[in-house]
Design a protein around this ligand. Structure first.
Ligand code: ZN
Length: 176
């Protein structure tokens, strides 16, 4: 089956920082990556490169800052009071959380430093400001279900076809 609009594509990849060849992410550690092709789920240049290929295809793709995750924005580095985290059981460096922004959007942050009562958090994507190299292997291609197309993201299947089970996609859509 060829990769085209509306197909759910499963990828294994390694992402390297081009500047120093540092391995930034390996799906062997965090689990395979799924996306619905042609729905703006993933880096456009990677989707374009994979278009028309099939399971087993592998390639190496350079993604510049502009093509990827954008420039590093120092305005997204914020200092907060520890007291703002009262609803958390525990806070530590590396913890991520979602914050409501002034413009009504949600932004995910990672705590980068905790000193006395001051917590520093960074809202930049970990790949922001970096030229990247993706070593990609296509490990699956299938039709998206009607439900997945409605939600605009893939669901995980194969953990039992119990209708009552959560889709496991991590979204708040309440889908079953
Ligand atoms: Zn869903």
């Amino acid at each position: 089956m060829k990769i085209e609009k509306g197909k759910v594509v499963t990828l294994e990849f390694k992402v390297y920082d081009k500047a120093n060849n540092e391995l930034l992410e390996d799906t062997k550690e965090v689990g395979p990556f799924f996306y619905i092709h042609g729905h703006g789920n993933f880096v456009p240049k990677i989707e374009e490169t994979l278009e028309g290929h099939e399971k087993g295809f592998s390639t190496s793709i350079d993604i510049s800052v502009e093509e990827g995750y954008g420039e590093y924005d120092s305005d997204l580095v914020v200092e907060m009071e520890k007291s703002e985290f009262v609803e958390f059981d525990d806070i530590y460096e590396g913890l991520d959380f979602i914050a409501d922004m002034d413009d009504g959007t949600e932004q995910s942050f990672v705590i980068t430093n905790i000193e006395d009562e001051i917590v520093t958090a960074d809202g930049n994507h970990p790949f922001a400001g970096k030229d990247l190299k993706f070593d990609v292997v296509v490990t699956g291609v299938r039709e998206a279900t009607k439900e997945e197309l409605e939600h605009g993201h893939p669901h995980f299947h194969g953990f039992g076809d119990d209708e009552e089970e959560e889709c496991g996609c991590g979204c708040d859509c309440g889908c079953h």
